[in-house]
Write a protein that binds this ligand. Structure first.
Ligand code: SAH
Length: 348
């Protein structure tokens, strides 16, 4: 009997490594391509089902490798159509991912880490300490699961992906990049990178790295305040990654990619609800074409944070528009099942 613990995760191998493995086994490199296609494009859960591979080769793979897959443990559907998946990983940890349907789109909101190491005071995920990074296949599988659900319940494929689930994607950059490579590759899901948005709370060094890597997906930054003192009080890591550094990294990003930046922003009563706050935001946005998404606040606690009034939102919208900044006011989806922004892991 082969010791289970000695088996390697076959999906951790690149295509090249898989090809080399077969050559080392005295087989053809091409066999690696075939198996790779089964693992990614066809999402095979077992070696047994790889019908164009000989029984002998399948047994050999079985003896050497495991195929890890996520498992959707629980699926909840909101009255507005939103679906939240509780996803069990191979080591029994749980993350959440969300399917958000609109008239014309299906968006997958996926997690990049189990828990989060940042401590945004308004976000439920921050209460779970970061346990580990997700592997590329665990990110990819969340997307596949939502694509399947979209086909099943809405009779159309997934159209967009946002990295706005649990975790900070830029603190798991390499794995997020590998997952996106597979999602966009014709050997994976073949999605356009233009339909993928990575949302970050703002890690300047990694934003510059993304620019250097010439990534083709979109960037969103969770800003919430353009005044250091205020931002630090609600997003304490801002004491280390200050607005000046963030802005410098975003200037670098824009210079290299020419790609517009989206800012996510919640307006809270008594925190960032004055004309001074919106003026600072306008000033922060000036260096590059920008879009501001004003997100509705989803309460996660006993009322420490309260969404500002609609007249305050109007003040934001008017000031931003007057200054030529695109602004959208985004209503939350899936609140009744705790699937809205910042609510993931609220009840676990
Ligand atoms: N760590 C990444 C991605 C996860 S958060 C980031 O910070 O961007 C996804 C978005 O939800 C962020 O813009 C975040 O600021 C926002 N968010 C967090 N908690 C929220 C809440 N309670 N209500 C509304 N939006 C929230």
């Amino acid at each position: 009997m082969v010791n289970q613990t000695k088996k390697k995760d076959i999906r951790a191998l690149t295509k090249e490594q898989l090809r080399n493995f077969f050559v080392a086994e005295g087989d053809k490199a091409f066999r690696g391509n075939q198996v790779y296609e089964w693992l990614w494009q066809k999402s095979a859960h077992s070696f047994e089902g790889m019908t164009n591979i000989s029984k002998e080769t399948r047994d050999m793979l079985e003896a050497n490798f495991v195929i890890n897959h996520i498992k959707v443990d629980q699926m909840q559907r909101s009255s507005d159509g939103t679906i939240k998946n509780a996803v069990r990983l191979h080591d029994d940890l749980i993350v959440e991912s969300v399917l958000i349907p609109t008239k014309t789109r299906t968006t997958a909101c996926v997690s990049s880490q189990v828990g989060c190491s940042l401590d945004c005071r308004f976000c439920a995920t921050s209460r779970l300490k970061r346990m580990r990074n997700l592997n590329p296949d665990e990110i990819y599988d969340q997307v596949v699961a939502i694509d399947n659900e979209s086909r099943l319940y809405f009779e159309r494929p997934l159209t967009n992906i946002v990295f706005m689930g649990m975790g900070e994607p830029l603190m798991n950059y390499n794995n997020v990049l590998k997952a996106i490579d597979k999602i966009t590759s014709p050997e994976g899901l073949g999605m356009s990178p233009k339909r993928i948005t990575v949302s970050t709370s703002g890690v300047p060094k990694m934003i510059k790295k993304m620019a250097d890597d010439a990534v083709r997906f979109k960037l969103a930054v969770s800003l919430h305040s353009a005044i250091d003192e205020i931002r630090t009080s609600i997003m304490p890591f801002n004491a280390t990654f200050t607005l000046a550094d963030l802005r410098e990294s975003l200037e670098y990003w824009y210079a290299k990619t020419n790609s517009r930046i989206t800012y996510e922003y919640v307006v809270w009563e008594g925190i960032n609800d004055t004309q001074n706050d919106v003026d600072a935001l306008v000033d922060f946005c000036r260096f590059a074409p920008s879009k501001v998404n004003l997100i509705e606040y989803n309460p996660i606690d006993d009322g420490e944070f309260r969404q500002a009034s609609s007249s305050t939102l109007d003040m934001y919208v008017n000031t931003l528009e007057r200054n030529g900044i695109i602004v959208t006011v985004r209503r939350s989806r899936g609140k009744d099942i705790d699937a809205a922004c910042g609510q993931l892991a609220n009840k676990q």
